[in-house]
Every structure is written in C-alpha cells, then in structure tokens.
Design a protein around this ligand. Structure first.
Ligand code: MN
Length: 734
C-alpha cells in the first residue's frame, strides 16, 4: 500500500492553486479572487475523499482544468470558477440551486451545461452521438461550456498514462474523432495540435515514437538551416525598425504522419517539415500593410512560388484565422514556408475565437454566430439519425474552404469540392430542391460541377425538379446533405401512404386488426427498419404482401408460421465478442478461425504483417481491419466494445490480396517490364491490372497476391528500380 503524506499533499494543493491564480492572463479584481477562492474551497471539500487513477488527489484535476482555461485559452474569472466546479454537481450532493445561490445564474447555467454533457461518451454509439448533439446545442447557449469541456479533455489526455490500455485506446480515439475537429473549428489550434499528437501517441504508439525519434535526429540540421535562412531577413527587419519575433515552427507529429499516409511517402521525403513564422508588433490600423511590407522584404531575398501565396489577411478563414503565407526558394534549393502575422493575429491563430472576445471584433463574432446558427439548424432538423449527423458534421469541421460569389456579389464561404448544388442549398433549401443546374461565370454547368474560389454562380431552377437519391453524391456540405435527406424522406412518406392502405386492407381480409403490434410483427418479419420503410417498400412493389399466407391469426393477432432463420441474431453480441476473445483475449487469424466466420475487410485489404484488429458484426462475422484503416478511428471510438485485438499466426503460407499504385514517366516497354517483375521474378500472382497514360505520365493500379508485408515490401522495392518508375505505394483501398 502506498503511504500518503497528507501534510505534504495539502501544501502541494495550495501550491497548485496559487500557480493557477498567477497564470491567469486576464486581470482579476478583488471580488473575482474571492469568488475563485470560494469555488476552490467547495471543490476541495467535495472531492476530498476522491483520488484519480494515478493515485493523486482528485482536486489536482479541476485545478489543472481551470489552469488550462485561464492560461492556455485565456478565459476569465467565470470560466475559472466553472472549471473548478465542473465535476462537483455530478459527484456530490451539491445541487445546481446551491451553485446558483453561491455564484449566480450564469455560473449555474454553465455548470448545468457541463454536467449534462459529461456522459457524452457512453457505450452505445447512438447515445454517444445523441450526447454530442446536446453538446453542440449548448454551443449557442454559452460557448464557454465547450471551451471548458475541451480543457477537461486536454487534461485527461495529458494524464492518460495511468489508465488501462483499452481505456487509453478508447479515450484517444474519441478525442481524434470528435474533440480535435471541434477544437479546430473553434480555432484552438495549439490545443488541436496537442490533442492530435496525444491521440496518435496512444492509438499508434510505434508510429509516434518513430517520428519523434526522427525529428530529434534531424533537429540540429534543421536549426542550422533556419539560422542561415533568417540571417538576411533579420538584418533587414532591424534596419527598417520593425519590431518582430521569428520562430522556426516544426510540423506536428500527427500532421507529418497524415502526410506520410495520404501521400505514401517516407519521413525523409516530406519537404515542408518546418515553417518560419514572423510575428510583428503593430497596431490594428497598421498591421495589414506591415505584414505586406515584411512579405516584400522576404521576397527581396528569396524567390516566392506564386502558386503558394495564401492571403488570409484580406479574407480570414471561417475559423477566424488570419495570416499571410508564402513559400520561397531558400538556400540549397529547398522550399521554405514563411508565415507572416501580427501579434493579434498570432493570438487568434493559437486560441481562435477565445481571442476574439478580447479584441471585441464584430466581424469575427458574426462569423462564429453564423456558424453556430447553421449547427442549430442542422440539429433541429427532424432528420433523426444522430450518427449520420455526426459524420456529415465532421465533414464540415475539417474542410478547407473556397470563396465564391452570388450574382449580386455577396461572398459565400464553402468547403473545398463544393458543387453548384451545395451553393444552391447554401442560399436556400427551396433553391436547392428545385435546382437543375447553374451558370458559373456565365457558363452553363451541371448540378455536380465543382466550384473554384472566385466563381460567381447563378442557380437555375425548374418547378418540376425534385431531389433524387444520387444527389447525395454530388454535395459535400452537411447542410445540403441534411436538406436532401429530409426532402427524400418527405417523398418517401408520400409514396408510403399507398402501402399503408394496402397493409390495412390485407389485415382486414385476414381478420387481423390493424394495430401497432401487428405492424411491428410485419416489420420484424420482413426485416425492414421501421413502419415507413415497410409501407414504402410495399408501395413500390419491393415487398409483396398480396396474400399473407405466411401468417396465422389468433384473436386478431398476427402470428408468423415459420420465422425466417436468423443467422446470428439470437446470439447476443456480447456473447459473440467474449467467445472470439477466448482465453487469451486475442484473436489469432488463421488459427481459431475455422469456428469463427471472418473476412478481411475490403476497405483496407490487410495482409499478414500488418497491425490489425477485429470488428465484430452481427451478420457478417468478424471484419479484420488494419489499425491505420481510414475507418478505424471511427469504429474504435463509436464501437469500442465490439473491437477485438487480433494478430496473425505464422502458420502455413497463404496468399492475400493487396493493391499497389505505380506512377512514372511513360517509357517504351515499361508496362512489360513491370509485369515481368511481378510474375517472373517474385512469383507473385496478379489479379487485376490497369494502366492509364496521360501526357507522358502513366499511372498503374495492380492487385497482387502476396504472402505478407515483407513479401509486398520486396516487390515494391524491385518495382521502384524499373527505369521510368517514379513512385510505388501500397493502396489503402481498392
Ligand atoms: Mn473532469
């Protein structure tokens, strides 16, 4: 047993509390301090017998959350009080009324919000999604609820070390799945980066360590290069009497990993691993022209790449981000990104909207209000599938943006890849529903036309037009998606009326009553989602109930004669999971699998040697995914209880399907050389092969049968040596 020195602990608690007060960025008056002290004492008393997993006194946690809110987000007294009290109502007898009596209405409301969303991540995915919706709804009440919730999560991530491994994976995946997009959207960039890196550290420890090591190894070389690069710039900034600060900023581990993954390149080939940031002291009236002055100074020495100029000073991102970016050719022929911004812009870049309060800028506040309004609309739409909503919503959180114009010249911000149809829904849902196409810069374009920044769009409509199923493939905004789904559902409802009448009539003929329970029996029998689906499918002839010969009737109640065999449904999911986990708690692929139905998931085509996990499904047995499968994070965070650990057995050699993508210059005989290597030299079998050439560049997709990752690596190595081949990567999906 651990011996606790109570006196030493008391001292430490007070020390931490004082450091909280000192770290506060905003000025606190005497009354603020009194209230904070009171909150601290209440929290201390409330949690006095509780300890964290690490064995530390529980009060360390609320103090740390308050400190993050005060010093890292820059929030004031009210938020500090709420952060200190954030777990009190939930964990003790203290009521919201008590809080209101002691600290007033506002604090009570925020604590209420925090308590309501505290169970956000529950076991069942639908409940979790539902709670996430609730969390977003509180956004419009008081955004401080979300900011404190994020501070709470950040501290939990920082102290994740002491949790059990399965908890770590679950919490880290949730963080990557829901909290980082939210931090991103609110412009809390520093926090987003830390959450992402911590998320990666616990979901993919080996990747995290590997990149960390490589960054350390290359650090001195980077520092040397940055010093050479900034030398002439510094001299000139001084000469021109510009008050500045220069930082060499290294890309986050998570974003390096992301780039390696999406572009299929090794660490060594990422050229933009660092950027130079020049932060200048300037007044709000002068800052814009001062930034351009620095830009012109930098480009006096280094040649800029005109394609890489990003002016977020004139048009800030919708997250509030303002900065001027350029990429220039530095010494030794290396491209270097330079970011130029004022101190004010820098603060916004780091903590986002939280900084805007300080500067009381109406434009930025309006942008946030606009965004919150959009979320509200989405949340309140009768489309009830919460999980769907989150996926749609997430799409919009991370999307890069384009700027387009209405015929009257009004600016609209849309995510990249947005189409004519997205634009129509952005203006008005009726305009979307009736849209048949558009005119982009006076040229006729279809619904699915992808827009570019600077486009001016006029929407063309027809009264006869109706939303179609495939419209969902044309749009990228959550708003358009939800409006289309809503319209489709409306349409379905209209069609379903006929099916409902049919059911009513048939039941009557059979002397069964048209009751909820009888309809439920039909829904169950035909394996459809709900009543609406049943009526709809009957209307369109997809389900036939001309005669109800599969049923008998007793006292008006419908009884199925012989229910269709239900494969696995009788066995409960939990039983299934524990059966698969077996004694070792692990699924060994190729060994105990004759009993168990499994499938290598087609979305990431795992092969032996890959890190994998099993995902238990009700009617398809177990799907094996790679841990870096694009779907993995979502599965792990939403359905942690259905995940089983898995590894490969190294028994007999069997072949597995894997996809590779080859790019290169179109040289004579290259295809022949490639296929020769694949089939002759390595004895690999090809399943399919396709080549495309375009202006002297060729791209080939080949599906091959290999034994394991080593076999595949060997093949990729050999293919890279073929003259003309520029790059060979494994594909994530086929
Ligand atoms: Mn907490």
């Amino acid at each position: 047993m651990q011996v606790v020195d109570i006196e030493a602990e008391k001292k430490e608690i007070l020390k931490r509390y004082r450091s909280l007060l000192l770290s506060c960025k905003r000025r606190l008056d005497a009354n603020d301090k009194k209230q904070i002290r009171k909150a601290f004492e209440i929290s201390l008393e409330a949690h006095k017998d509780m300890r964290r997993k690490s064995g530390e006194p529980y009060i360390y946690h609320p103090i740390a959350v308050a400190q993050i809110a005060a010093s890292e987000i820059g929030l004031g007294a009210t938020s500090i009080i709420c952060a200190l009290l954030h777990d009190v109502v939930e964990d003790t007898d203290t009521t919201l009324e008590d809080i209101k009596g002691m600290f007033g209405e506002k604090v009570m409301q925020i604590i209420d919000g925090l308590t309501k969303i505290s169970g956000v991540f529950d076991h069942t995915p639908s409940l979790q999604a539902e709670n996430f919706r609730k969390m977003l709804l509180t956004l419009s009440d008081d955004i401080r609820v979300i900011l404190i919730k994020l501070a709470d999560r950040l501290h939990n991530m920082r102290t994740l070390e002491s949790m059990a491994r399965d908890k770590q994976i679950k919490i880290a995946s949730e963080t990557l799945y829901m909290y980082t997009p939210l931090a991103h959207r609110l412009g809390l960039n520093v926090m987003k980066v830390e959450l992402e890196d911590l998320g990666l550290k616990y979901t993919e420890p080996s990747v995290f360590e590997d990149i960390t090591k490589k960054l350390q190894e290359t650090e001195s070389e980077r520092t040397r290069y940055i010093n050479v690069f900034i030398q002439p710039i510094i001299e000139n900034l001084k000469e021109q009497k510009i008050d500045y600060e220069i930082k060499g900023r290294v890309k986050s581990i998570y974003s390096i990993w992301n780039k390696m993954k999406t572009q299929g390149i090794p660490f060594e080939e990422i050229y933009d691993i660092f950027a130079i940031r020049i932060i200048i002291k300037s007044s709000i009236e002068q800052e814009k022209s001062d930034c351009w002055r620095v830009y012109s100074l930098v480009t006096d020495f280094y040649h800029p790449n005109p394609d890489r100029l990003r002016d977020w000073i004139s048009t800030p991102k919708s997250t509030g981000y303002e900065s001027l970016h350029t990429t220039v050719m530095g010494p030794e022929g290396k491209w270097v990104e330079v970011q130029i911004r004022s101190e004010r812009m820098n603060e916004i870049a780091e903590i986002g909207y939280a900084a805007h309060w300080k500067y009381k800028e109406s434009a930025a506040e309006n942008a946030l209000d606009g965004w919150i309004k959009k979320i509200r609309e989405l949340l309140e739409s009768p489309e009830s599938n919460a999980l769907d909503f989150i996926d749609d919503f997430k799409l919009n959180l991370f999307a890069e943006e384009i700027f387009v114009f209405t015929p009257k010249g009004e600016l609209k911000t849309l995510p990249i890849k947005a189409t004519t149809l997205d634009f129509a829904y952005e203006i008005h849902s009726q305009l979307g529903n009736k849209c048949i196409g558009g005119k982009v810069n006076n040229k006729l374009v279809p619904l699915s036309h992808k827009l570019n920044s600077g486009d001016q769009i006029e929407i063309l409509t027809s009264q006869k037009q109706k939303p179609k199923d495939d419209w969902l493939n044309y749009v990228v905004t959550a708003r358009a998606k939800s409006k289309i789904k809503l319209a489709l559902k409306e349409e379905k409802r209209k069609i379903a009326i006929k099916g409902r009448e049919t059911v009513e009539k048939k039941l009557k003929q059979l002397d069964a009553s048209f009751t909820k329970s009888n309809v439920a029996i039909l829904v169950d029998f035909f394996k459809v989602k709900n009543n609406l689906e049943l009526y709809y499918r009957i209307s369109i002839g997809n389900i036939s109930i001309k005669t109800l010969k599969d049923f008998t009737v007793e006292k008006g109640k419908l009884i199925p004669k012989n229910t269709l065999p239900k494969k696995l449904e009788s066995k409960k999911l939990e039983e299934l999971v524990s059966e698969v986990r077996g004694n070792s708690g692990m699924l060994v692929i190729g060994e105990n699998l004759d009993k168990i139905d499994y499938k290598l998931s087609p979305c990431c085509t795992p092969i032996p040697g890959d890190d994998v996990f099993g995902f238990v499904t009700v009617d398809e047995g177990i799907n094996i995914h790679r841990t870096n499968c694009p779907n993995a994070i979502q599965l792990m965070s939403n359905y942690a209880y259905r995940i089983v650990k898995a590894k490969w057995t190294n028994q007999e050699k069997i072949s597995f399907l894997a996809g590779i993508k080859i790019t290169g210059t179109d040289e004579v005989g290259i295809v022949n050389n490639i296929t020769k290597i694949i089939s002759n030299e390595l004895n690999v079998n090809m399943r399919s092969i396709s080549f495309d050439t375009n202006d002297g560049i060729f791209e080939g997709n080949i599906m091959v049968f290999v034994q394991d990752t080593n076999h595949l690596k060997e093949l990729i190595k050999k293919l890279k040596k073929v003259p003309g081949v520029v790059n060979v990567i494994r594909m994530d999906s086929n």
